[in-house]
Structures are given as C-alpha cells and as structure tokens.
Design a protein around this ligand. Structure first.
Ligand code: ATP
Length: 559
C-alpha cells in the first residue's frame, strides 16, 4: 500500500484511463477541513491519480488548485462525489466516493442495449446530474458511457456521473503547447470539433449520444479514423435505428442538433425523458402516451446555456483558442470509437500565437489566471507550496519495489474479479428504473382508443436480471499485517561508500592470497631467481612438458 498525501492509501488499481489511473483506496486518517468529506480511518475510497504529464504541467496544477472548491462543491445523487484533492510532490490525485458496480460502457458491452424505458430513465438521471453541475457553472465536456458508473442501491442501479472537471483540467495550455488535447471523438459535439465556443450544450449533445448508445449498443457516428468520426459529427444527420420509439428519437434528434443553440437544456431534457418513459410504459394511459408523442413541444432550446470559460467569445473573439479536436492520424488510422478519452495532437488552423495561454479556463466568479512574466514566480508555485505544506505530514514507509503499486502497471480487471456488493441484484426491479421487460414494448399502451401506431419493432433485449454477476463476491480482504521493520546494518552510522570500501578490501585480500599460493606452490620463485624472461620461461616449460609426454609415450610403445 502506498500513501497518497497524509490521509489516504492506494490499495489496488481499478482501471486506467487517458488522464490517469483509478485506484481502490482507503482513508488513513480523517481529512482536514479543506476536504469536502473528512471521512474516518479505514473508510474505502476511489482515488484517481492523474498522469505524470498532467501532474507535471504547471497550468494543470494551477487549475487543479483553483477549481478545487468548484469540484468539491458538486454534490448530487447522480454525481460521484469528489471528497478531496491531493497535491503531493509531483502527484495530483482526486479522492472520490468508491462506487461498486460496472460503468455503463462495460455494462452495455456485456448485457446489450437497454429497453427504451430503461434508457430514458437512465439518461434522465444523467440529465439531472448535468443540470445540477451546469447550475454550478461546471460543464463536464467528456460525457460518455465509460464515465457513468452504475451504483447499486436499494432502488436498483443508480447511474453516477464521474470524471467531472478532468477534461477541463487536461485541456491545459501546457499540454496544448506540447501538442495534446484530451477528448473522445465518438462523443464530441460539433462545436468542440470545430474549435468554436462551447457551452453546456456540449453535455446535452453527449447525453444524446449516450441515449442513442444505450438504446442500440453503439454511438451514432463511427468510422475508421478519428477524422472520419469528427467529419460525421459535423456533417451527417444521425439516422433513426430500428427499434427506437418515435418519442425517444425525437429527444435524441433534438440533443444532436448541430447548432448548439437549438439543443434543450439539461433540466428540459430530464423532464422530456421522464414524460417519454411514462408514456412508453405498458401501463401508460392514452393521455400519457399522447404526451410522449408530443415530446417535441417540451424540448425548447436552452435560453441561457452555461458557458465553458476560456472558449466563449467573451474571452476575446480573436484570441479565444478553444478546445481543438483533431485526429491523431490521417484518414485510415485505426480508431476505436469506444476507446477511452483520446489524447490528440494539437496544431490546427486557429492555433495561433497566444492561443495556448488563452485556453486557460477561468471560473466566471474568479479572477483570470496570471501568466508568468519575467522573473516572477509562476502563480502555481505559491499554491503548490501551500498545498505541499498541507500534506507535509506524509510519512513514506520503506517499501519493497515489487509491492509499490505505483511501479506496477495496473490493468483493467475483468468484471468477474471486481468486488461487488453483497446485496442481491436490485436493478431488475427498480422503481421506474430499468426493469421494463422487453415484451411490454411489443404492445400498444392499454386503454388506448385505437392501437397505438407501431413506430418501432420490439427488439430482443438482453437486459435481463443476471443475479449471478453480483453473487460472485470476492472475500473481504483482511488488512495486511504491518511489515516488520527492515533490518539495517549493525553500524547505525550510515557512512557513504562504506560498502564499496569493504569490497575493495576483500579484493585486496584475495589478491594477496593468490600471490602467496603462486609463490609457494609454483616454480615462479626459481624463474625469478634465474632472471629469465617470462617468455623464455614459458617456452622452456612447454618444451619440458612436451619432452615428458614424448618420453612417456615412447616408453609405453617400447613396453
Ligand atoms: N469512483 C469510482 N469508484 C469505482 N470505480 C471507479 C471510480 N471512478 C472510476 N472508476 C473505474 O476506474 C476505471 C478507470 O476510470 P477512468 O475514469 O480513469 O476511465 P475512463 O473514463 O476510461 O478514463 P478517461 O476518461 O480518462 O479516458 C473505470 O473502469 C471506472 O469504472
């Protein structure tokens, strides 16, 4: 176990993404008042340790510290709570609530698409989370199924949005100076792809893609290369797949509008999705069904989307240098639309002078970041010092390198090995959640005056309860015995170079012993006394040997 700050321990890796590695961890001691959750010793947490290149970037560190309060403030039942931010030397880490359960990407891969009602209700909760964060001025910018964790609670599976602020931290001037950008092409909004100003509408676009994927198992735009995917986001209208009910398609179509100002806000989206879910339920009244069909009327464009600071025209029309999403390879380069957030090269048109600096994100209520000038220390240095002082009680225990989790390369663990909750699976029957059996979509809603138009085919769904997944519970890990203190040299004074000196003395002793043996048991002293050269001595010696052998051989033949 490796300490992180003075309060946390890393135990084992849960998975690795483009921006860092998430570890299962444990609270060592209660955190200070600066943490959002003080916690208690032994409490389990998840810790995202940001990649070295992010942690080593002064602008990321500055933003990390500056946005600390915004990130710690985000609390919602559908947002994974950030409990604390840790800065320790070159290590930056976010301490989060540990969510036991798969992420949506893995869930869809393993169990297939959700039913329409389940998909609508799940996306409605994501929209609730977005509405809350947009209200706080925080835009996620990397919404995708891999960032939705499915927590199990008494009501079933609860989607929880994670990785808030990470895209924003990673979108750093420092990183863009080194030609990198963090984003995920399959989920990127057209305005982000084009480097236009961004608002909370990018998250609504992401929610539309997520809903599409929840219903069909794949995102609407894919291709052989990142460039192709981005091109399709910009120029192609998505097609309605078979099996997607008309009201849900109406919602998706509004979310995926190319023009961000035509998209609904997150609050509106959540309301519309719930209307659709009620209307599509098998017990729906005709009025509810009609309301679902008329959902377009609910999807009014968001009049005041939350801006993404640093990408808005207010940041300076000419010098705003917003996020660029550009392909890492040319057309034809291999591209996995479901891959984790991709780090992509930067340097597109618009990457003009000063662009990098302008990319620094500033919360509206906060002063703009100061750029380092001349001999002045970079503004992050003072903040780093303060943060280090906060963590300076950290004590490093001597650790066997093989045991150091930071040295081992973590790998995503297969689902079967992940510890799960002991409770029986609840997700099969959540209250108005994802438990709709597939067949209910095969029939029109009851009490309808006339059979409802069959706008979609019943689709075989694999969203069946699968209790065995949650029964394979790994036994609780017993806390490790404290390691016995390492045995040190008898000499408590550690004299530098002493080990080397010992080696030299040993070698000298060995040489002396060899010389003594040679002197006493070989004719070397005679040769020295006769004053003959080494070469003559060797030739004589070989002649003698040859003569002796020859004499022995001749004697044997004569005999
Ligand atoms: N709070 C958490 N509790 C439990 N598991 C988590 C938590 N946060 C993330 N994970 C798991 O850790 C793994 C890695 O998470 P991470 O966010 O780094 O992945 P990612 O979304 O693919 O990364 P990125 O967005 O940086 O590409 C995921 O499999 C996720 O399920």
């Amino acid at each position: 176990m490796r300490p992180v700050g003075s309060k946390y321990l890393l135990e084992e890796p849960l998975g690795r993404g483009a921006t860092g590695t998430v570890w299962r961890g444990r609270q060592r001691e209660a955190a200070g008042a600066e943490a959002a959750v003080t916690g208690s010793p032994g409490e389990r947490v998840a810790i995202k340790v940001l990649k070295e290149e992010l942690a080593g970037d002064p602008d990321v560190v500055m933003r990390f510290l500056r946005e600390r309060s915004a990130l710690l403030r985000l609390t919602h039942e559908n947002i994974v709570r950030t409990r604390d931010l840790v800065v320790e030397g070159d290590l930056l880490a976010l301490v989060m609530d540990l969510v036991e359960g798969p992420d949506l990407h893995r869930y869809l891969r393993e169990h297939g698409p959700l039913t329409p009602v389940a998909a609508a209700l799940l996306t409605a909760q994501i929209a609730d989370a977005l509405a809350s964060s947009h209200d706080d001025g925080v835009v996620h910018r990397d919404l995708k199924p891999a960032n939705v964790l499915l927590a199990e609670d008494a009501d079933g599976m609860r989607p929880m949005l994670t990785d808030f602020g990470i895209a924003r931290l990673a979108d750093s001037p420092g990183l863009t100076r080194t030609h990198e950008f963090v984003g995920t092409p399959a989920y990127v909004a057209p305005e982000s792809a084009e480097g236009r100003p961004q608002t909370s509408a990018v998250d609504v676009y992401g929610a539309g893609i997520l809903l599409y994927e929840a219903l069909t198992g794949r995102p609407p735009f894919s291709g052989g290369s990142a460039l192709e995917v981005l091109h399709r986001h910009l120029n192609e209208q998505p097609r309605r797949p078979a099996g997607v009910p008309e009201p849900l398609w109406t919602v998706i179509e509004h979310c995926l509008r190319k023009a961000p100002e035509e998209r609904p806000g997150a609050v509106t989206l959540a309301r519309a999705l719930r209307t659709v879910a009620v209307g599509l339920a098998p017990t729906a009244s005709p009025a509810a069904y009609e309301a679902a069909l008329g959902v377009a009327a609910l999807l009014a464009p968001d009049p005041s989307p939350a801006p993404v600071p640093g990408t808005t025209p207010a940041a300076g029309a000419g010098d705003a240098d917003p996020t660029q999403v550009l392909p890492s390879g040319g057309p034809g380069a291999g591209y996995d639309p479901n891959a984790a957030t991709t780090v992509m090269p930067h340097g597109a048109p618009g990457d003009g002078p000063g662009g990098g600096a302008d990319r620094t994100t500033v919360m509206p209520q906060q002063p703009p970041p100061q750029q380092p000038s001349g001999d002045d220390p970079h503004p992050w240095q003072n903040q780093m010092r303060a943060a280090r002082e906060r963590n300076d009680q950290t004590q490093f225990q001597p650790l066997d390198p093989d045991q150091d989790p930071l040295r081992r390369r973590p790998a995503r663990r297969p689902a079967a090995q992940r510890p799960t909750d002991a409770r029986p699976p609840q997700h099969a029957q959540p209250p108005q959640r994802y438990a709709e059996p597939p067949q209910r979509y095969a029939q029109p809603a009851p009490q309808q005056p006339a059979p409802a138009p069959q706008h979609y085919e019943p689709q075989p769904r694999s969203y069946e309860p699968q209790p065995q997944r949650y029964e394979q519970r790994r036994p609780e890990r017993a806390p490790r015995e404290p390691r016995p203190p390492r045995r040190r040299s008898a000499n408590p004074m550690r004299i530098p170079g002493l080990g080397c000196l010992k080696g030299c003395l040993f070698m000298i002793l060995m040489l002396v012993a060899i010389v003594a043996l040679v002197w006493n048991f070989t004719p070397v002293p005679e040769w020295v006394a006769e004053g003959r050269s080494f070469w003559e001595t060797m030739v004589d010696w070989f002649n003698n040997v040859r003569d002796s052998v020859g004499a022995t051989t001749d004697g044997g033949t004569a005999g």
